[in-house]
Design a protein around this ligand. Structure first.
Ligand code: SF4
Length: 326
């Protein structure tokens, strides 16, 4: 491992200053992804700014939202009584991710900022525009069975690995950040980026900006929800793809719906057009199939991931059926 400096500020502004003034500095919280990347030489920060002493771990109500501190542990959020009662979709998604040990270390902010699990990104002997811009994309003509079917570019076809983020984009969460230019908020849907010509950037954070919290607004999606994760073994595996589904039902009629997919794009993939198909219709398999057809418009597969073109609509239907209990 490369030599690096290590600092442990106690005030957010000191942490922000430390990273804003040094292009080779990185924040570290749980370290469940960054330490792996450093061990493999994929990321080589020269300074680590440990933010675990900052007061950002609370889960608390703020008006009609639940504020999740950026340092709240994934396990703490998943098991929090308010989250389970008001946002059970988030709890389900968190518990589908990683292992209990990792959920006890990983934080809300770190989960959002975890990097792709594209094997070429981790393999220093292979070209990768995300790891080293301008070198090419090993996955384009390589083994791309885990890769994107939406929103990719000719520079990168990787997918974002977070389960939690799929639920948060479906729940219309807001990300609170602090940085050298002050505080700002981003809609969760605008936090992660598509790769375009700059796949080295995973999010729309500016240099030195620190995630301080995520606000999850109250919603009617407290009962009929499901997070369906399809993976190659029963636990501790990243999603081939996943679906977050939430329905607000009046009898058997869908009053409102939320749908998002993971494992299909460089960012959590909200399915707003498919949601609109569901509204006002009966909660039946036929309705869910119509929404899944709309959700798949524009999907395109590569050599090894064509299975996702069938798996994705089937998983959408299954998730909606489970959410509606039909
Ligand atoms: Fe790198 Fe993205 Fe290509 Fe994977 S898909 S090799 S992360 S550029």
């Amino acid at each position: 491992m490369n030599q690096f400096q290590y600092v442990r500020p106690t005030k957010p502004q000191a942490a922000i200053d430390a990273v804003a003034k040094d292009a080779n500095a990185k924040f570290i919280a749980g370290g469940t992804n960054l330490v792996d990347l450093m061990k493999r030489g994929v990321m080589t920060p020269q300074k680590l700014v440990d933010i675990n002493r900052l007061p950002l771990a609370k889960i608390e109500r703020q008006g009609n939202t639940l504020r999740l501190g950026a340092l709240a542990l994934n396990s703490a959020v998943a098991n929090d009584a308010q989250v389970r009662e008001r946002h059970p979709l988030l709890s389900l998604a968190l518990n589908a991710g990683a292992s209990p040990q990792l959920r006890n270390m990983a934080t809300v902010g770190g989960n959002m900022l975890q990097r792709t699990r594209c094997t070429y990104f981790y393999d220093l002997s292979m070209p990768c525009n995300k790891r080293q811009p301008g070198t090419g994309c090993g996955a384009l003509e390589g083994i791309n069975r885990m890769h994107a079917i939406f929103g990719f570019s000719d520079k990168c076809i990787a997918v974002h690995p977070s389960d939690m983020s799929v639920a948060l984009v479906a729940l219309d969460a807001t990300v609170l950040v602090s940085g050298p230019k002050g505080n700002r908020q981003l809609a969760f849907a605008d936090f992660h980026r598509l790769p375009g010509d700059t796949p080295e950037r995973d999010s729309n954070l500016e240099p030195g900006e620190l995630i301080t919290a995520v606000d999850v607004p109250d919603s009617p999606f407290t009962k009929h929800v499901h997070y369906q994760k399809v993976r190659e073994r029963a636990s501790y595996a990243f999603a081939l793809l996943s679906v977050a589904a939430a329905l607000d039902l009046d009898g058997n009629t869908i009053k409102a719906a939320r749908l998002a997919m993971g494992g299909v794009a460089h960012k959590p993939w909200r399915l707003t057009a498919a949601e609109q198909v569901l509204v006002g219709k009966p909660a039946t398999e036929d309705t869910f199939r119509q929404a899944a057809t709309v959700a798949m418009q524009g999907a395109k597969a590569f050599k090894h991931n064509a299975y996702k073109l069938r798996l994705a609509p089937n998983t959408i239907v299954q998730a909606l059926k489970t959410a509606a209990a039909v």
